[in-house]
Design a protein around this ligand. Structure first.
Ligand code: ATP
Ligand code: MG
Length: 368
């Protein structure tokens, strides 16, 4: 658990400002879950916050957020604010700083994310968040249709939180998502991807099936895949799970989600690969495609031990471990070097004892 920034709260208090823990950290404390980052909401303006602490990062001063660092402890401190109109359904056009906690809590997305806690652990809960936590419900703060029209990302967040926390959607909130789903088309790929990935890595990746069925992912996939339920049994590794999603949903436009190129490439290749049937064939896959791809293929096939055994044996499995380098063959040019090293690697995978410079040079001479 990230360390609690009690002293940051105290200092803001002593300077005469109101300050509370807010949002996800309060929710997670009440649920007994690990808190990974601390958000503080305060009546102090960003400049006033910065005047209180020697080490601050002006993370998003325009939106009121300053990251405060104090004795190895960190918190995001945000001024009480309301969001202006969302012309594009994406970002608040303007934020207005306000002086009341009530208004700040009212702008938040779900009742369970709209609670504050003071230094004495007293909870401010204006929207029945604690009752929704008990009933394990995700419910919008305020009128759901309006809240989703303001910011379409909230629909994906609703399903993401329901996956992470094993909560259900309150019926009015769910109905509004079904009605507002087409607005999700305006969201940037990065923001959609982030919510998809958090859902994919949760204990309930099958909530992605609901996201798609409700029409929230129309920009990225067509319906017609198989259920994502099986993905819950895979290790919570992002490449493995994206590869699994590509398997389940052959229509997924992975490139359109703008993941980093390495993850995209590995996930697509692993999704299309059949697991090899012998140790020799696994070694061949490692030699041809690299260890990362082979590990993902093994995870998807439910046999990670196949690859672990090979990797843990300490034998040479990649060009880096080979007892010769390209520079040992100055007479060869360009692609010839790569081809030879690959041949030698294939040989060494079959005969680990031959990974010695003299032996490999001899084999190389035979090759030419
Ligand atoms: P996580 O554990 O994923 O960090 P979180 O609840 O802390 O969950 P954040 O995205 O870090 O989520 O946002 C912090 C808080 O800001 C939320 O708890 C919520 O109160 C508010 N919030 C975030 N995004 C939105 C949004 N799109 N609309 C309204 N309120 C939001
Ligand atoms: Mg957070």
């Amino acid at each position: 658990m990230a360390q609690m920034p009690t002293e940051i709260l105290n200092i803001l208090h002593s300077a005469g400002y109101e300050a509370y823990y807010v949002g996800g950290c309060v929710r997670d404390i009440l649920l007994g879950r690990e808190v990974h980052d601390w958000d503080i909401t305060t009546s102090a303006l960003p400049e006033e916050v910065m005047a209180c602490f020697p080490h601050c990062i002006p993370t998003g001063v325009r939106h009121g957020t300053v990251t405060v660092l104090l004795d190895q402890v960190k918190a995001e401190v945000t001024t009480y604010r309301t969001d202006g109109r969302y012309e594009d359904g994406r970002h608040p056009d303007q934020v207005t700083f306000v002086r009341s906690l009530r208004e700040d809590l009212a702008r938040r997305d779900f009742t369970i994310n709209a609670m504050a806690m003071d230094g004495a652990e007293k909870i401010t809960d204006l929207f029945e968040g604690q009752s929704d936590l008990k009933r394990r419900l995700l419910r919008c703060v305020g009128e759901p249709l309006r809240r989703f029209q303001e910011d379409a990302l909230r629909m994906l967040r609703a399903l993401r939180f329901s996956a992470q926390l094993s909560f259900t959607l309150e019926p009015q909130t769910e109905l509004a998502i079904r009605q507002c789903a087409p607005l999700a088309r305006n969201l940037s790929a990065e923001r959609v991807r982030e919510e998809m990935e958090k859902t994919l890595l949760s204990e309930h990746p099958e909530r992605l099936d609901d996201m798609a069925a409700m029409g929230l992912l129309e920009a990225f996939t067509e319906l017609g895949g198989t259920s994502c339920r099986w993905i819950a049994d895979l290790p919570p590794d992002r490449t493995v799970r994206w590869a699994a999603l590509c398997r389940s949903w052959p229509n997924l436009k992975l490139e359109a989600l703008r993941l980093d190129r390495r993850t995209t490439r590995t996930a697509l290749a692993a999704a299309a690969s059949k697991p090899p049937q012998s140790t020799a064939a696994w070694k061949q896959l490692i030699a041809d495609q690299g260890t990362q791809l082979a590990e993902v293929v093994a995870a998807l096939a439910g046999c990670p031990e196949q690859i672990e055994e090979i990797l843990n044996s300490g034998q040479c499995v990649c060009l880096r471990d080979l007892a010769v380098r390209g520079s040992d063959f100055p007479q060869l040019h360009g692609q010839e070097v790569g081809k030879l090293l690959h041949t030698l690697l294939c040989h060494v995978l079959e005969h680990p004892e031959d990974n010695q410079k003299e032996i490999l040079l001899k084999i190389a001479r035979r090759q030419n």
